[in-house]
Write a protein that binds this ligand. Structure first.
Ligand SMILES: [Cu+2]
Length: 106
């Protein structure tokens, strides 16, 4: 398994190689961003890791809803990522609770 970039930075590309079924290979990502994973053997295989720069993140459910819990009050930039879409960010002022809606387009 390998990736050509992290968050678009091609200097962070890396090749973990191939290994037998059942074996695990750990890797720690130190830089935030989306990591498109590719397989050394099967060109049709692909996956993504999204490295968050903060502990405040969420994955949407099937209907596209998300909830980020226990965010301290303050002003934040919320970034939405989706395969094949452009990142979209919104400024959100959290005071108890807040909502940020996104419509992602290619
Ligand atoms: Cu494969």
């Amino acid at each position: 398994m390998f990736w050509l970039s992290v968050g678009g930075n091609k200097k962070l590309g890396h090749n973990l190689g191939t290994w037998p079924k059942g074996e695990k290979r750990p890797f720690k990502f130190d830089s935030p961003g989306a990591v498109p994973l590719l397989c050394n053997v099967h060109p049709e295989m692909a996956g993504y890791v999204v490295v968050s720069p903060t502990p405040y993140f969420a994955v949407t459910d099937k209907s596209g809803q998300y909830k980020i819990e226990n965010v301290p009050d303050g002003t934040y930039s919320v970034v939405a990522w989706h395969e094949g879409a452009k990142n979209q960010s919104k400024s959100v002022n959290v005071s108890g609770s807040a909502t940020a809606d996104f419509t992602l387009t290619k």
